[in-house]
Design a binder for this molecule. Structure first.
Ligand code: PLP
Length: 282
C-alpha cells in the first residue's frame, strides 16, 4: 500500500502530493500542525488533538478552513483508505498561497495537508531502550504552547544532542527550569513522587502528557505539575519523555550523568503499563 496524502480537498499517493512554492508554510513557516496515532485502527484522542489544533490556529490568528467534524471525517477516511493496522496521521494547516509578503494575505484559502503513514503495532513497541539527553538553553521562540511548523530550533537542538553523543535535548529556561524535549514532555520521579513541568507558553500541552498524569494518579501515585530544575533532573531517580508516537521513553543519562538505570525504572514502568492498559488495550 502506498502512503497517502490529502492536499487541498483530494486524497492522492503521498509521492504525488505537492504544494505551491509560495505557500506561506514554505516561505514563512506560517502554519500549525498535529500528529495523531491510532490504537486498534482508531485515532487516539482525536477530539483533544483537534481542540489543540484550534488553539494553535487561534494562536496564529488563522481561521480554520474546515470544521472540526469535517477534519475528523478526513482523518477517518484517510485511515480507512491507507488500510494500515496502525497509522500516524499528520495534519498541517498553513495560511495558504500568496505573493511573498509578511502582511497576512486577504481572501487566501488556507492550505490543508494530511499524510497517513504506518505506525508499528503496540506489540512491537514495548518500553524501549533508555536514551541519553543533554540540556540546552532554550533558543526556540517564546510561544511553544502553539504547535507551529517552525521547528528549525528543534531540528538544530536535536542535531546538537546527537553531535554530543546523546539522543535528544531538553530545554532550560533563563530561570533554570526545564520544560520539555525537542518533541516530547518531561517527567521526573523522586522518592516515588512523579513531577512534570506546569503548562505555560514555554511548552506544548502534550496529549500524552495529560494521559500519563491521569494514568499515574489512577494507580495511586502522586503526580505534581510543578517546576523542574536542571538539578532536579540530575538528582532524579527516574526521568522519562512522552509523546504521541513514542508514548514513553526512559532516560538513562542527563548531560552524561547517569540517572535511573539502563531501562525504565519501577515507577515509570507502572505508569506506562497503566497507560497501555487503559488506552491501547495491552
Ligand atoms: N512537546 C513538543 C515540542 C512536541 O513536538 C510534542 C509532540 O510532537 C510533544 C511535546 C508531545 O505532545 P503529544 O503528546 O501531544 O504528542
Amino acid at each position: 500500500v502506498p502512503d497517502i496524502a490529502f492536499v487541498n480537498e483530494k486524497f492522492m499517493p503521498l509521492g504525488q502530493a505537492t504544494v505551491h512554492v509560495e505557500d506561506r508554510g514554505f516561505q514563512f513557516a506560517d502554519g500549525v500542525y498535529e500528529a495523531v496515532r491510532t490504537y486498534h485502527g482508531r485515532p487516539f484522542a482525536l477530539d483533544e488533538h483537534l481542540a489543540r489544533l484550534d488553539l494553535s490556529l487561534a494562536g496564529i490568528k488563522l481561521v480554520a478552513p474546515l470544521s472540526r467534524s469535517e477534519l475528523a471525517g478526513i482523518v477517518h477516511e484517510g485511515i480507512r483508505l491507507a488500510g494500515y493496522r496502525e497509522s500516524v496521521v499528520y495534519i498541517q494547516i498553513t495560511r495558504g498561497v500568496a505573493p511573498r509578503h509578511r502582511r497576512f494575505p486577504t481572501n487566501t484559502k488556507p492550505t490543508v495537508v494530511l499524510t497517513f503513514r504506518e505506525c508499528p503495532p503496540v506489540s512491537d513497541t514495548p518500553l524501549g531502550k533508555a536514551i541519553r539527553i543533554v540540556t540546552l538553553d532554550d533558543f526556540r521562540w517564546g510561544w511553544c504552547h502553539i504547535k507551529s511548523v517552525a521547528l528549525l530550533a528543534s531540528v538544530l537542538a536535536y542535531e546538537q544532542a546527537h553531535a554530543a553523543g546523546a539522543d535528544d535535548a531538553v530545554f532550560v529556561e533563563p530561570d533554570g527550569t526545564v520544560t520539555e524535549s525537542t518533541a516530547g514532555n518531561l517527567f521526573v520521579v523522586k522518592e516515588s513522587r512523579v513531577r512534570t513541568p506546569p503548562l505555560g507558553p514555554k511548552l506544548l500541552a502534550g496529549i500524552t502528557r495529560g494521559k500519563f498524569i491521569e494514568a499515574a494518579r489512577s494507580i495511586g501515585l502522586t503526580c505534581d505539575e510543578l517546576p523542574v530544575t536542571r538539578d532536579d533532573l540530575y538528582a532524579a531517580d527516574e526521568v522519562c519523555l512522552t509523546s504521541t508516537t513514542v508514548e514513553l521513553v526512559a532516560v538513562k543519562s542527563v548531560d552524561n550523568r547517569p540517572v535511573g538505570g539502563d531501562k525504565a525504572g519501577p515507577v515509570t514502568t507502572r505508569m506506562f503499563q497503566q497507560f497501555r492498559k487503559v488506552h491501547a488495550g495491552a
